[in-house]
Design a protein around this ligand. Structure first.
Ligand code: CTP
Length: 415
């Protein structure tokens, strides 16, 4: 079904965690996944139906005894089967202890349980209950039965529970649910797009160079630009690998994340991943220097000065550009205190990149730790184009569109 967006059926059952399902709907819609909610009767006291309908753009279905579709929509067919036809996966979040038991037993006494009994697409559950219920042998046995049938369990977190106690049983965070669900969905039906199936390798965030066991040289890069590029590439159908220095950001769902700390760790990770990726985007703010001999343990103060001896780190991008094979396209970033065209062109050619994205780091309203950016695109042939200030998501999309408009054709395989 080319062009149809991914779609899930979200089952909401009776748990206080049902309020989190609203955020889940928003985040899924943001990822381009259409959501049809089916709520059980026990969910309704906890679940703001009208808000869910506004967020999802579909009526929340609850009623099994509404057997035929309205005129013009497959008139005469049983409606719950029609709800399933559109779904690429079924996610039950929150999944209460009672509902998990009913799933395991194969009961079909309401709309959601009936749908699950007919589902042939992947099914995922995010349990939410008190710790004692979660650990009860009956609950454990039901979850085991479901797992054996291929149901994916997104295990709960520990933390404050509805009873006021603290323990295991909070529904997994929306980030963790998406991390599990989106790859399952994308495998069901890989997204189409101009980068469909193309391996895109993105470096992101700062690096940290240790001075001793607790101190380091870092920089103010938030990783937001690399994160936005990863999301934009995923939305265009790419297979994305993200090599990230330390950031506070959760990984974009569906990408393969490699976390590193130092420039040399980043060099090693990128070096082994580069040969299998046609497109490299080097958005990381790599520290140019590292401490020559980091102090073992924590350096004690001694009343005197501490003189640091720094040595240069490898230029990762330059090293990778030297190993570039036919069909590969390299995008570099430039952090400059003023955008001098001669210097930018020299950097573009010196780094041997196909496109250089230059940031003006003297501005505090854009760039490094800001959600917005304004960049100048430079090509080795001397082409200059400014992308006016916009949020990093929009800038990331425009950078990828510039790569795709450059005449580069992603190869089906690398030699
Ligand atoms: N870069 C790299 N390895 C380094 C330093 C930078 O791969 N050791 C990459 C960055 O990720 C970016 C590009 O090179 O894509 C340019 O980074 P920038 O900091 O602007 O330039 P430098 O090479 O560090 O040069 P200078 O700071 O001297 O301008």
């Amino acid at each position: 079904m080319p062009g149809r967006s991914l779609s899930i059926l979200l089952g909401v059952t009776g748990s206080i965690a049902a309020y989190k399902s609203l955020d889940l709907i928003r985040r899924l819609e943001g990822e381009g996944v259409s959501v049809q909610v089916v709520a059980t009767r026990n969910a309704l006291p906890f679940f703001p139906v009208l808000t869910a309908e506004v967020f999802s753009g579909h009526p929340v279905e609850t009623d099994l005894f509404n057997p035929v579709l309205p005129r013009g929509e497959g008139e005469g067919r049983v409606s719950h089967l029609a709800l399933l036809e559109k779904a690429d996966a079924v996610l039950v979040a929150p999944a209460s202890a009672d509902f998990i038991a009913r799933m395991a037993l194969g009961l079909a006494d309401d709309l959601l349980s009936t749908l699950l009994l007919s589902a042939t697409v992947p099914v995922l559950i995010a349990p939410a209950m008190e710790e004692a219920m979660y650990r009860h042998p009956a609950s454990s046995a039901h979850r085991k039965t479901l797992r054996e049938r291929g149901v994916v369990e997104i295990p709960p977190d520990s933390g404050p529970l509805a009873s006021g106690k603290s323990g295991l049983g909070r529904m997994a965070s929306v980030d963790r649910i998406l991390e599990t669900l989106l790859p399952v969905l994308r495998e069901t039906r890989p997204p189409s797009g101009p980068l469909s199936g193309v391996g895109v390798l993105i470096s992101s965030g700062p690096t940290r160079e240790p001075l001793d066991a607790v101190r380091y040289i870092g920089n103010t890069s938030s990783g937001r630009m690399g994160d936005a590029l990863a999301r934009a590439a995923l939305a265009r159908g790419a297979r994305v690998t993200l090599v990230s220095g330390p950031t506070a950001l959760p990984p974009p769902p569906g990408c393969d994340l490699h976390r590193v700390a130092t420039a040399r760790e980043m060099e090693e990770a990128l070096g082994s991943l580069f040969p299998s990726h046609p497109l490299l985007i080097m958005a990381a703010a790599v520290s140019d220097y590292r401490m020559k001999d980091p102090v073992p343990g924590k350096r004690k103060k001694d009343g005197g000065e501490w003189t640091l001896s720094l040595v240069e780190n490898p230029d990762i991008l330059k090293g990778l550009a030297e190993r570039k094979k036919a069909g590969q396209f390299l995008v570099g970033f430039a952090a400059e205190s003023s955008l001098d065209p001669d210097r930018l062109l020299e950097k573009c050619r010196n780094k041997k990149v196909d496109l250089l994205v230059a940031n003006d780091i003297s501005r505090t309203d854009i760039g490094f730790s800001s959600p917005e950016n304004e960049v100048t695109l430079v090509t080795p042939a001397g082409g200059f184009r400014t992308l006016p200030r916009a949020d990093k998501t929009a800038i990331a999309g425009q950078i990828l569109d510039a790569v795709l408009a450059s005449g580069w054709t992603p190869p089906s395989a690398l030699a």
